[in-house]
Design a protein around this ligand. Structure first.
Ligand SMILES: [Zn+2]
Length: 191
């Protein structure tokens, strides 16, 4: 599948919205990504992540680790396609932790799985947790890479698609000027 096919699936499933959006930061943008929308369709999840899996052919991977919530389904589906063990880590008392009896073994070669990477903060936190367990993080995979190549995680990023989303101050937004109705994503109401 090429880039246009993947963007088509993301749009059709509602994972990629185009219009005029109010972000939680207060800024405005013309695109909005919510990967959970594509993961609700197992067939689409399979297709989109197959594009990531094919980039991993030459990697030796022991374990996939997805940070909850966004990375959980991605980790499962990639584990299914790669036939590899797949677990998740989650936040408890604000700290990312390995729970539920899951184990990250010393010397394991671990791939982190995310839905979307923007600042990379959650990836770095997951990487630190895995490294403290004595394992090696060999990369991170995701559906949408929004970093624009500007974030150095110290590991390669394998994505289904790279996407730059610009945001604007409300006082300096071209879509406000155009008069496009402003929508708050995730809410049914128009702001
Ligand atoms: Zn605006």
């Amino acid at each position: 599948m090429n880039r246009e096919d993947i963007l088509g699936i993301l749009k059709e499933s509602g994972a990629l919205l185009e219009g005029h959006f109010l972000l939680s930061s207060g800024k405005h943008s013309n695109r909005y990504v919510q990967c959970a929308q594509v993961l609700r369709y197992p067939h689409y999840a399979e297709l989109v992540l197959r594009n990531v899996v094919k980039q991993l052919k030459d990697l030796e991977i022991d374990l996939l680790v997805g940070p909850a919530m966004g990375g959980v389904i991605v980790s499962y589906e990639m584990g299914r396609q790669l036939n590899k063990e797949s677990i998740f880590v989650e936040r408890k008392d604000k700290q990312l932790k390995i729970r539920r009896g899951f184990e990250i073994r010393n010397e394991d070669r671990v791939l982190i799985t995310e839905d979307v990477i923007t600042t990379g903060k959650s990836v770095l936190e997951t990487k630190n947790l895995i490294e403290r367990a004595g394992a090696n993080v060999i990369g991170v995979s995701c559906i949408v890479d929004r970093t624009g190549g500007k974030v150095d995680l110290g590991i390669p990023i394998y994505s289904a698609v790279q996407l730059i989303i610009s945001s604007f101050e409300a006082t300096d937004c071209p879509y406000c000027t155009k008069g496009t109705p402003l929508v708050k994503p995730g809410s049914r109401n128009i702001a």
